[in-house]
Ligand binder design. Structure first.
Ligand code: ARG
Length: 258
């Protein structure tokens, strides 16, 4: 009897361990660390009235001029009046901290393609400019995206339990080079393009951007290198994050920013 119970417990233990390994909690910004609003003043949260979260957190964004926020096109498909922008609030429960502005206009890149995620860029015009807040400059050199550099991604998105919810996190994500993502199952089919994307993160699933980080900044050397765009799951081993590369579209975006 005792023997049987011991055997049963052993089987149970084995099966739970097995499940735990298979459904391992995926650390952004799984696997990141806390960031302060002061170190990333240009990082903003895009809120949406339709967002299910209590904080209304929807996507990330980047302040590129006092009245202009760059975000992902896939974050900006609704009417301007449904969005808001929060700056300077690392923890979204601190309702008295930071600034808020309504959005008066949404521009989506005319060549944004929902089939292949190309040109995943939108520019929001703020009803109330965030004067005095440092803005982030755009990277204009296509050579900045190369294997071996280590940009940092910022966002308030899902952490898969690796950090508090709705709190600004950052994570240094190695640039793996275009060849890495082009060689990943499904990534080319999903639209990964060397000239327009950045492949960054960890092949062992250490950390990644995640849902809610989209449109947020990937920063290298004080310039905006890319925006969080897509990935298979979050921090899945063998599936790094895909970012929309700024340099090839910098001219088009800057026309919207002046
Ligand atoms: N599309 C997601 C969003 O709307 C973020 C995708 C980033 N995913 C990733 N695994 N890097 O927030």
């Amino acid at each position: 009897m005792v023997k049987r119970a011991v055997a049963l417990i052993a089987v149970l233990l084995l099966s739970t361990t097995g499940t735990a390994a298979a459904e391992r909690i995926k650390p952004l910004v799984v696997g990141g660390t806390l960031a302060s609003a002061a170190e990333a003043p240009w990082a903003v949260v895009l809120t949406n009235k339709a967002a299910v979260r209590e904080s209304k957190r929807w996507c990330g964004g980047v302040l590129v001029a006092p009245d202009k926020v760059l975000t992902a096109a896939h974050c900006a498909g609704q009417a301007a009046s449904s969005y808001g922008v929060i700056q300077g609030r690392a923890s979204l429960t601190d309702l008295e901290v930071g600034r808020f502005s309504a959005v008066s206009k949404v521009w989506v890149h005319p060549k944004y393609d929902t089939e292949n995620n190309r040109n995943d860029f939108a520019v929001l015009t703020l009803a109330k400019p965030m004067t005095g807040v440092p803005v982030l400059g755009l990277e204009t050199s296509a050579k900045a995206d190369r294997r071996g550099v280590v940009p940092t991604v910022y966002g308030w998105g899902n952490t898969s339990g690796t950090g508090p919810e709705d709190t600004l996190q950052k994570l240094a994500v190695p640039d793996l080079g275009d060849a890495t993502c082009a060689g990943i199952d499904g990534y080319t089919e999903n639209g990964y393009t060397a000239a327009a994307n950045i492949c960054a993160g960890f092949l062992d699933g250490t950390g990644d951007a995640c849902q809610g980080d989209s449109g947020g900044p990937l920063v290298l050397n004080g310039r905006l290198l890319g925006l969080v765009s897509w990935g298979k799951g979050c921090a899945e081993p063998r599936y790094p994050g895909v970012y929309a590369e700024i340099a090839p579209v910098a001219k088009t975006l800057l026309e919207q920013v002046r």
